[in-house]
Design a protein around this ligand. Structure first.
Ligand SMILES: Nc1nc2c(ncn2[C@@H]2O[C@H](COP(=O)(O)OP(=O)(O)OP(=O)(O)O)[C@@H](O)[C@H]2O)c(=O)[nH]1
Ligand SMILES: [Mg+2]
Length: 422
């Protein structure tokens, strides 16, 4: 089966928790806090890999999880960082947020891009000792991370896209001008997934993609049309191959317009892409009236037309020369720019909270509060002192003030209740 789309789950690693430990040694009266920090969670990257040609693997393996950071331990031992997850994809893969469809990254040859960061590790109690607080009995937890579903779409990056009805000789042309070895057969839909070939032109080269044959209705998905058209969206030049000999009882004039219509219906941008037309199979018949009519029309429009025989390798030099010259004039294909989702993703990872009024009290609730309260020991004075500092650092005190909280008002954070002192 032909797969060029996949939906997978990715998750960066959680941060490891900080450790609470008090150093104890025989005959040593005073032990100190020696709980180490948690390690950081691993990041998730996407990397272009030449050995990966399709998105087939993603049909079987759907979860890609970076390693969690290890918890800190006594003797000031820092937890190990979690391993990064590198997802290997073919160059030309676009990564989208499966929920919103926004582009997260466009992975091109040689790229390795980070899309999600691992959670930072928590701090061990050794970090919280000070001259006034010699035995802190608390640490902070590592940051937990959320996983995401992403949609991968492979958009072949080629300079030239060979398009046309089935059986017109697209694969044959690719095979005779480049080193590619696509399947060739005298039946429709011989080609089921795109083939790429490199053509050396002067001291440069360009990449040609042969895609499966298009048929009427392709733009609406008939014959997997959309999947095929997606591959040529990023080409710089289209080479439209037609059966100039009308060997299957075709009408070459009609064929040309049918395919043009499909392109236009699929994407306005694609239909405006520069085009070169090749009338193939010149070896088996003189060109018909339809062919003459088409040639005249294309001449008027300024579209170059070539008569070729891919089988006999006739007329190919002129065609390839025209392709090379045209490409030299055209700008490089534009990368697909990310929609800035990466920043949004990072921001969403930030914990939040809300302040509401209940029975005269100010109730503060949310992820952030849970995180702060997690591992705080309400019975330990030093721990509560640290807790107050966190409330200031995270701007919660300021937010309470803004919400109208005054000295003497009651503030409720989960199961911790205290009087506001300002
Ligand atoms: N006589 C003649 N036959 C050709 C020529 N080019 C291709 N063919 C034949 O046409 C048939 C189809 O060729 P392919 O290259 O597989 O055609 P395609 O356009 O890639 O077809 P799909 O992959 O099915 O879309 C094969 O039998 C080829 O040998 C040509 O210039 N002259
Ligand atoms: Mg083919």
């Amino acid at each position: 089966m032909f797969i060029d789309q996949a939906r997978i789950y990715i998750k960066p690693g959680d941060g490891g928790d900080g450790c609470v430990s008090l150093h104890r040694e025989k005959y040593v009266t005073q032990g100190g806090p020696d709980g180490g920090d948690g390690g950081h969670g691993g990041d998730v990257y996407f990397a272009a890999d030449e050995r990966v040609r399709t998105l087939l693997d993603f049909k079987y393996t759907k979860k890609y999880l970076a390693g969690n950071g290890e918890n800190g331990s006594k003797k000031n031992m820092r937890g190990k960082n979690g391993e990064d997850m590198v997802v290997h994809v073919p160059a030309g893969t676009v990564v989208k947020d499966a929920e919103t469809g926004k582009v997260v990254a466009d992975i091109r040859a040689g790229d390795m891009k980070k899309v999600l960061s691992g959670g930072s590790g928590g701090k061990g109690n050794a970090r919280f000792s000070s001259s006034t607080r010699q035995t802190p009995r608390f640490s902070t937890p590592g940051r937990r991370t959320k996983g995401r579903f992403v949609q991968l779409e492979l958009k072949t990056i080629a300079d030239v896209g060979l398009i046309g009805f089935p059986n017109v000789g697209k694969s044959t042309l690719l095979s005779v001008v480049t080193g590619a070895t696509p399947k060739i057969g005298n039946y429709h839909f011989t080609t089921l997934s795109p083939n790429l070939g490199v053509y050396a032109y002067g001291d440069t080269s360009f990449v040609m993609a042969d895609i499966p044959g298009l048929i009427q209705g392709a733009s609406e998905g008939v014959g997997l049309g959309h999947d095929f058209l997606r591959h040529i969206e990023r080409t710089r030049l289209l080479v439209h191959i037609l059966d100039g000999a009308e060997s299957e009882g075709r009408n070459v004039y009609q064929d040309y317009h049918d395919i043009r219509n499909e392109l236009k219906n699929y994407s306005e941008a694609l239909s405006k892409r520069p085009e070169i037309v090749a009338l193939n199979k010149a070896d088996i018949g003189a060109e018909s009236e339809n062919a003459e009519k088409l040639k005249k029309e294309l001449k008027k429009k300024g579209v170059p037309v070539f008569s070729i025989s891919a089988l006999n390798k006739a007329g190919l030099k002129d065609l390839m020369h025209a392709i090379g010259e045209k490409l030299a004039e055209l700008p490089e294909s534009e990368p697909i720019l990310p929609d800035g989702v990466i920043e949004e993703w990072a921001m969403e990872e930030e914990k939040s909270y809300d302040i509401t009024r209940q029975d005269g009290a100010f109730v503060v609730a949310g992820d952030l509060i849970d995180e702060i309260l997690f591992k705080i020991n309400p019975d330990d004075f030093a721990s509560m002192q640290h807790f107050q500092k966190l409330l200031v650092d995270f701007g919660i005190i300021k937010a309470l003030r803004k919400a109208g909280c005054k000295s003497g008002d009651t503030v409720v954070l989960n199961d911790v209740e205290f009087d506001f002192v300002d």
